[in-house]
Design a binder for this molecule. Structure first.
Ligand SMILES: Cc1cc2nc3c(=O)[nH]c(=O)nc-3n(C[C@H](O)[C@H](O)[C@H](O)COP(=O)(O)O)c2cc1C
Length: 264
């Protein structure tokens, strides 16, 4: 693939992966891509744990599923991130950012506006929506041939005031390399993030993966080969939109937004 095609073809995979194990050479290439990222003073503060063991992935999937059920049940998730959620093509066209929930189960559609209200969350609980979503999330994670744990070395992270920014920036660069490389390999990648949102659940993952004290577990990703065709999850979104340059680029000083670069 041409670099530009990889760059603009990169996606987050919301759906299931093929059950096929990820080849050893592809695993090595993904890690080599991560390690080739820039880091402050070439400090390479990142550490990775590559997980293929089924029982461990099933454990991670269980924690992810119950975390999603917990977070959705509490309603805090919607409150926290509602400014990024869109429920119509018009809303998405207006904002050109965020996640457009263009696939929702029939039962939920009447609630799209209400999900941000306590009454809406209450109604979803009665319809056991949090459990259904949690169970679907568990199956999605469990069906992944590989999970990648991403960590930072605490010594690098706590070295000085700016260290945490430099480490997280470097880690972001490393993960973008992994993300781009999945594109080249016909693979997909997605955050396993609900355990981050549910207090206590992340600690369970730290224990499951035996993360030592000098390392900090920063994120978990599920990876695998992407099927040609696959059914979209019951709740699904698209997030291909990007803001036009005039909304995030300035010319010379921040008084003057960039003109003439916006495409129709
Ligand atoms: C810091 C960060 C956190 C993210 N968290 C999640 C997440 O929790 N679940 C998820 O499905 N995608 C997550 N994503 C992926 C974004 O949703 C995705 O990058 C965005 O919607 C744009 O879609 P694209 O990656 O297909 O271009 C995250 C991405 C970043 C950089």
């Amino acid at each position: 693939m041409e670099f530009i095609d990889v760059l603009f073809g990169r996606r987050t995979t919301n759906g299931p992966f093929l059950p096929d194990p990820v080849s050893d050479s592809h695993q090595q290439l993904l890690i080599k891509a991560a390690a080739s990222a820039p880091s402050q003073f070439n400090s390479q503060p990142w550490r990775f744990v590559v997980i293929e063991h089924r029982e461990t992935i099933e454990g991670i999937a269980r924690i992810s599923g119950v975390s999603m059920t917990q977070v959705i049940s509490e309603g805090s998730f919607f409150e926290r991130y509602k400014r990024h959620f869109r429920f119509s093509a018009e809303e998405m066209a207006e904002h050109r950012s965020g996640m457009y929930f263009d696939k929702l189960p029939k039962a939920l559609r009447p609630f799209t506006k209400a999900v941000f209200t306590p009454a809406g969350v209450q109604a979803m609980r009665m319809l056991r929506v949090p459990h259904t979503l949690g169970e679907e999330n568990r199956k999605l994670v469990q069906g992944s041939p590989i999970v990648l744990g991403v960590m930072l070395d605490r010594r690098d992270r706590e070295a000085h005031e700016l260290a945490d920014f430099y480490c997280q920036f470097s880690l972001g660069a490393a993960m973008e390399n992994v993300w781009l490389t999945t594109c080249e390999l016909g693979m997909g990648i997605q955050f396993i993030s609900f355990p981050m949102e549910a207090p206590g659940r992340w600690q369970k993952l730290i224990e499951l993966l035996e993360v030592p004290d000098d390392l900090e577990l920063m994120a978990l990703y599920r990876l695998g080969y992407v099927p040609e065709q696959s059914d979209r999850p019951a709740i699904d979104w698209s997030s291909r939109e990007r803001r036009p340059p005039s909304q995030f680029v300035f010319r010379e000083t921040c008084r003057s937004p960039q003109q003439g670069w916006d495409q129709a």
